[in-house]
Design a protein around this ligand. Structure first.
Ligand code: FAD
Length: 274
């Protein structure tokens, strides 16, 4: 089996913390390479992301990998967070630009993720393994697909070690992106980000924001199931497991699951993969 990793958001309430602990306990048994914790761009999880990384370490004995965004933050704030993560024993980090929450005007000292990668390298040398984001279906704000690919390469040139992609349901988009990146001289691992499908309405909303396409045939089939939740769940798991099988057969180096702090959707897909 390929290496797998799981992504969580930082729980904020006692109820969310209980669910988080339950989910981590279930997924830990699959021996993931790491568990990562998202960061609210603009600082909305300034204390919760480090707390969750610490919880992974202290309560679950897992190496937590923090996400760090630069948008809206000062160099000093980023420096403080990096120091905290080193103190917590982190040696891997996911470096992102992030998206400024609507209404927040402050853009921050570093504008793009490549500047954040360069900053981390300047401050901490080779200490952190740095992951960056990749977009097989093109980042929604990019000038065009080629410009986006060049921006992606700039992050690796700045010192990133590997990449995790935005989720997608079209394996060809991933394979094409990897081929194009290799042609530009990128040899770093590009790990597909996998979003198990739990709720089509929510997924449609998410996907509009981040530019991920849900294939028409999937949407049409899902619609045909109507209120038959069980049939819909089976179908969704088949679609995502089929995608993973194609990715594995085509040479994906690992799989990174977006869990939304739920164990079952990822577990169902992984069980289908054996
Ligand atoms: P960048 O790589 O900086 O790119 C952003 C856009 O700017 C792209 O369109 C790019 O083409 C363009 N660009 C880059 N450099 C330049 C330049 N010099 N001049 C002009 N244009 C440029 N968001 C969160 O808030 N918190 C998280 O924890 C989080 N985790 C994520 C994890 C993964 C694996 C992924 C794929 C995404 C995650 N995101 C997260 C979402 C991410 O922050 C958004 O997609 C954001 O819009 C872009 O971040 P980036 O790091 O890809 O930005």
């Amino acid at each position: 089996m390929l290496p797998i990793s799981f992504e969580f958001y930082p729980p904020k309430t006692d109820e969310q913390r209980t669910q988080f602990d339950r989910t981590v306990r279930k997924l830990k048994g699959l021996a993931p390479q790491f568990m990562s914790v998202t960061f609210g761009a603009g600082g909305s999880t300034l204390s919760q992301t480090p707390e969750t990384v610490q919880r992974l370490r202290d309560t679950h004995g897992m190496a937590g990998v923090p996400h760090l965004t630069c948008v809206g933050g000062s160099r000093e704030e980023i420096r403080t967070l990096l120091g905290q993560y080193r103190t917590l024993g982190c040696d891997r980090i996911v470096a992102l630009r992030g998206d400024l929450p609507s209404g927040m005007a402050r853009s921050g000292d570093l504008r793009y993720a490549n500047e954040l990668v360069a900053f981390i390298r300047a401050e901490h040398g080779g200490h952190f393994h740095i992951e960056v984001a990749a977009y097989p279906e093109t980042h929604p704000q990019a000038e065009d697909a080629l410009a986006d690919l060049r921006r992606f390469k700039a992050k690796l040139d700045a010192g990133a070690n590997s990449a995790i992609t935005q989720y997608f349901y079209n394996a060809d988009a991933y394979f094409r992106f990897v081929d194009d990146a290799r042609a530009l001289g990128v040899d770093a691992p590009i790990v597909p980000g996998i979003m198990p499908i739990t709720n089509f309405t929510q997924l449609r909303r998410f996907s509009e924001g981040c530019g991920a396409e849900i294939p028409r045939w999937v949407q049409q089939r899902a619609r045909a199931f109507g209120d038959d939740a069980e049939a819909l769940r089976e179908f969704a798991a088949d679609v995502v497991a089929g995608l993973c099988q194609r990715l594995i057969a085509g040479g994906a180096p690992a799989l990174h699951f977006y869990t939304l702090n739920l164990a079952k959707p990822a577990l169902t897909v992984l069980q289908r993969l054996g």
